[in-house]
Design a protein around this ligand. Structure first.
Ligand code: NAI
Ligand code: MG
Length: 352
């Protein structure tokens, strides 16, 4: 297959970890006979410095001419006092909006070699394997009116039927391709938007007789994520609940440096990036854990390109390196041998 990939390294450790992911993808291309074309472009603080905007039009054009986007991370103290339109994170918000990437997908899977760094007991964290599907472009973060003064403040939680249908369908498809279980999380006992959400889930269910659906209130879901995380397969929820629950779930496996994510739309186009930020404290030191970026690249192959066996081989390679007892410094609590970012990538490629 022939594909074009936009690579947006961004700031801090972003360039190091995306370089790692690109190396792994090049090795996959060689092994499986694919041709990947690369379009490198600026985003975040690096783009503000070079172009005066966190999402320059050159970058948008590079992405429009690509089949998927691979992103590092944006932000850092250098740009913290910039005006709102020139803040690095604005680049990320704008690119999601520009491409209408309405579904944020975060897999959370226990890594046997790293169970020691989970805040949960090993027997609870073991075998956790879920995906959180969060609605990303609607809800409380975007609804109007939205304002405050000295004495009152208002935010608006609004969802249209169409917005709910497309995210719910995405989650049903994902559940169908996994263990066939979908937990739809809402607050239907008090929120009107949740009542419509629940109704839409009930209607769409008819198209997916092979998927078992459970409706769950968000407060109860928050408890169950900690007491019995293994019970979840696919979780679908609106923007704010998803923001909170996905961060809660992400700590179960023990390290930020391991977690990939995707922001996608229905036609398969998507943006793939690690869950972690730009880690300015370790940037440029060849210390960053490249796993989250490499696993994001694997998600890209699976979700945007339909390359299932290529994706699994990358995931297996990362797990074998960890099982062999090698890791970057963020995972040293596991008692493994600490190696550099570059060495870790070489080991992953050897495993491939
Ligand atoms: P962070 O995720 O960058 O770092 C938190 C801690 O985890 C730090 O100690 C860091 O060294 C460590 N860490 C993160 N990723 C790692 C990796 N791959 N390997 C080894 N250690 C890793 O979050 P923080 O410190 O809150 O934010 C730093 C900057 O990143 C801020 O400017 C923030 O706005 C930005 N940020 C950007 C995100 C994005 O681009 N999607 C997401 C979160 C934060
Ligand atoms: Mg968040």
């Amino acid at each position: 297959m022939e594909k074009t990939i936009a690579v947006l390294p961004g700031d801090g450790i972003g360039p190091e970890v995306t370089e790692a992911a690109v190396k792994v993808l090049k090795s996959i291309a060689m092994r499986y006979g694919h041709t990947f074309h690369w379009k490198f472009a600026a985003i975040g603080g690096a783009a503000v410095d070079e172009f005066g905007s966190p999402l320059p039009k050159e970058t948008v054009e590079a992405c429009e001419a690509s089949d998927a986007i691979l992103l590092g991370a944006v932000g850092g103290p250098k740009w913290d006092n910039n005006p709102a339109e020139q803040r690095p994170e604005k680049g990320l918000l704008n690119i999601r909006k520009h491409f209408d990437l309405f579904a944020n997908v975060r897999p959370v899977k226990a890594v046997p070699a790293l169970l020691g760094s989970s805040p949960l007991k090993e027997e609870i964290a073991r075998e956790v394997d879920m995906v959180i599907v969060r609605e990303l472009t609607g809800g409380l973060y975007f609804g109007e009116p939205k304002r405050h003064n000295e004495n009152s403040a208002v935010d608006t939680l609004v969802y249209t039927r169409a917005e709910i249908e497309r995210i719910v369908d995405q989650a049903f498809e994902m559940a169908r391709s996994r263990r066939g279980k979908l937990a739809s999380v809402d607050k239907a006992n008090v929120l009107e938007s949740s009542k419509l959400w629940r109704k839409v889930v009930e209607e769409r269910k008819a198209g997916y007789p092979d998927v078992e659906v459970e409706h769950m209130l968000v407060d109860s879901a928050a408890m169950k994520l900690i007491t019995n995380p293994r019970a979840f397969d696919v979780v679908v929820t609106e923007n704010m609940f998803g923001d909170i629950l996905s961060d809660e779930a992400s700590v179960i496996t023990g390290s930020l440096g391991m977690l990939p994510s995707a922001s996608i739309r229905s036609d398969g186009f998507g943006l793939y990036e690690p869950v972690h930020g730009s880690a300015p404290d370790i940037a440029g030191q060849n210390k960053a854990n490249p796993s989250a970026a490499i696993l994001s690249a694997a998600m890209m192959l699976r979700q945007s390109f339909g390359m299932e066996s290529e994706a699994s081989s990358i995931e297996d390679a990362v797990m074998s390196v960890l099982e062999d007892g090698y890791c970057t410094g963020d995972l040293s609590a596991c008692g493994n041998k600490v190696i550099s970012t570059e060495r870790f990538v070489e080991k992953v490629i050897e495993e491939l």
